[in-house]
Ligand binder design. Structure first.
Ligand SMILES: [Zn+2]
Length: 87
C-alpha cells in the first residue's frame, strides 16, 4: 500500500462553510501529485465540491466539474457523507 501524499498550500477558506483549508490529500493514489489549477477536491468540513484556481485558491465547482467527482464513487460518497453531516 502506498502512502498518500498531503500537500500544504496557502490558507484559503471554503466558500460554503468558511472552514480554513491549508492542505490537500491525493486520495486517488494515482501519481500522488500536488494539486494544480483545475483539479477538483472536497471540503473536509462540509463536503462541498471545490475547484482549485490559480494560486490554489478554491471556488465552488461548476456542474461540469461536479460530474468529475460523481464519476469517482469513493470521492462522491465522501462528499455526500460530509455534506449530510454538515447540514
Ligand atoms: Zn466547507
Amino acid at each position: 500500500m502506498s502512502k498518500l501524499l498531503t500537500t500544504r498550500h496557502k490558507q484559503t477558506n471554503c466558500p460554503r462553510c468558511s472552514h480554513q483549508l491549508n492542505a490537500t490529500t491525493d486520495v486517488q493514489r494515482e501519481g500522488q501529485r500536488a494539486p494544480e489549477p483545475g483539479d477538483v477536491t472536497v471540503c473536509i468540513n462540509c463536503g462541498q465540491i471545490l475547484t482549485f484556481e490559480e494560486g490554489l485558491q478554491l471556488r465552488r465547482a461548476t456542474a461540469e466539474e461536479v460530474q468529475i467527482v460523481q464519476a469517482d464513487q469513493k470521492l462522491w460518497r465522501l462528499s455526500q457523507f460530509l455534506s449530510r453531516r454538515f447540514n
